[in-house]
Ligand binder design. Structure first.
Ligand code: SIN
Length: 488
């Protein structure tokens, strides 16, 4: 891979920014990694125009060519995987082992979208009328915009871009200001693959800058037909309002507040294993991380004792995220740290009990953003750690006495992204799965994310699904053609 790229990728070339500079900082060390001169509204508009022009080229590109482009992007990600993972760790603080996993996750979105595009087909439903044929054509929806978060600097671009390209659309991506370097490194890969395959060089663009300025220019461009956003519910609402006047399609993957329910009949070792996966992935900074642990009262102490042993072991692996042995790095920024500290302090002040953790960890020579994995028991739904998404390494545990109570507690939040249920009773498993008002369910599974599944939430967690064949559908519009056939 090339040296660090700090320019925007617009209209098939790398161009210098023309607005306020932003410094990308390593959250583990506070070291500045690069300065990016941000994009003005004018530069973002240029990207939107190139996006519109490229979508006309993408529309006529054969399926074979689109599939080749998307497959080659997966291969490009893999062959640059070592450098991409290192860059991802340096700008996000993600432990290197997890960054490698994210590189693989990103490549899998491209492979999955290519496979879905290969078999995508229109329809020819039986007509009720003898001289009419009903043709249903699948067409790309056109020029699209993606706004991606810092917690998955590569995989969330992949989740949105792969189906867009596979369906024959173009896309401008605005990555998070915290983590733009991975996006730009990926743009280098795109540039090379597009050149080699003869695909439109401008079917993908990356612009970085002040979010309202850049997002505003991209959304308000008359050619933009779809916005896909992953981020907070608050920002999702603002973006949806901006899309509303022109009825731009939206896919919004917003905040969560995932319940992790453990019934008395669960295999407790397995439940603890899944809890560790669900809670401590990227230090709790994913939208589907378990937030509220709902434990059957009869097993709560035993579950927490076993979990505590695992958490104490995890706490020995906090440190430099570039090391293979590290399992927990820093939180992304000071605001994230302050939120975790505020949630823990609020819970303790209101009567929760701290079993382990609950404080920052000094790591010599590194930033102050390392926080110990934490377990709070005796929490209740009024506490901040239960009614808001902590987005950090904090287990907030409370108990229930019946299946019905567990379901009520689980659903009693405005969010509906992911929920988890641990039980060995097949009937109960199905009953609870069907009762949970969430878009993604981990049934005895703490790590449900995978490229082939439709991913997305309900209620305040957003609209639309991404991934799998549904991901491709989200970038496709159906056109009905009524064809009259003259009898002989
Ligand atoms: C997210 O946190 O936004 C995505 C999580 C995932 O894909 O697993």
């Amino acid at each position: 891979m090339h040296e660090l790229e700090t320019r925007h990728y617009v209209a098939g070339e790398f161009v210098a920014g023309d607005a306020t500079p932003l410094v990308v900082v390593n959250p583990a060390t506070d070291a500045p990694l690069a300065t990016i001169v941000g994009a003005s509204a004018a530069l973002a508009t240029r990207a939107a125009e190139a996006n519109a022009a490229a979508t006309r080229e993408m529309r006529v590109l054969s399926t074979l060519k689109r599939v080749e482009l998307v497959r080659r992007l997966a291969a490009g990600i893999r062959s640059n995987g070592v450098q991409l993972a290192a860059l991802l760790t340096s700008e996000s603080g993600k432990p290197i082992v997890e960054s490698r996993g994210e590189v693989e996750y990103a490549a899998s979105f491209f492979e999955n979208a290519a496979a879905a595009a290969e078999v995508a087909a229109g329809e020819l439903p039986a007509s009720r009328v003898a001289d009419r044929r009903v043709l249903v054509l699948r067409e790309p929806i056109g020029a699209t915009v993606a706004i991606t978060p810092w917690n998955f600097p590569l995989a969330m671009i992949a989740r949105k871009l792969a189906p867009a390209l596979a369906a024959g659309c173009s896309q401008v991506v605005k990555p998070a200001e915290e983590t733009p370097l991975t996006a730009l490194a990926f743009a280098r890969i795109y540039e090379q693959v597009a050149r080699e395959t003869g695909a439109p060089m401008a079917a993908f663009s990356v612009v970085i800058g002040d979010p309202p300025t850049v997002a505003g220019a991209l959304i308000s461009h008359p050619s933009t037909r779809k916005l896909s956003f992953t981020g907070s519910t608050e920002v999702g609402r603002i973006l949806a309002a901006q899309c509303a006047p022109r009825l731009i399609k939206t896919a919004l993957e917003l905040g969560g507040n995932a319940p992790f329910i453990v019934f008395a009949d669960a295999d407790l070792d397995r439940a603890v294993e899944q809890a560790m996966l669900s809670k401590f992935r990227f230090m709790g900074q994913t939208c589907i991380c378990a937030n509220r642990f709902l434990l059957a009262a009869s097993i709560a102490d035993e579950f927490l004792a076993r979990l505590e042993a695992r958490v104490r072991a995890l706490a020995t692996a906090i440190g430099d995220p570039t090391l293979e042995s590290t399992r927990m790095g820093p939180l992304i920024n000071d605001a994230a740290l302050a939120k975790v500290e505020a949630h823990v302090a609020d819970a303790i002040a209101r009567g929760a009990r701290l079993r382990v953790g609950g404080k920052r960890r000094e790591v010599a020579g590194f930033s102050r953003r390392f926080y110990e994995p934490t377990i709070l028991s005796h929490t209740d739904p009024s506490m901040l750690c239960a009614c808001e998404e902590t987005f950090g390494p904090v287990v907030a545990a409370m108990t229930f006495h019946s299946e019905a109570e567990a379901i009520v507690l689980a659903n009693a939040v405005p969010y509906g992204l992911a929920g988890y249920v641990m039980t060995q009773d097949a009937d109960r498993l199905l009953r609870v799965v069907e009762s949970l008002d969430f878009g993604v369910i981990g049934a005895n599974d703490g790590a449900p994310s995978t490229a082939e599944a439709p991913f997305g939430g309900r209620k305040d967690s957003g609209l639309g699904k991404e991934g799998g064949t549904h991901g491709l559908d989200a970038y496709t519009d159906l056109k009905y053609v009524s064809l009259r056939v003259r009898p002989q």
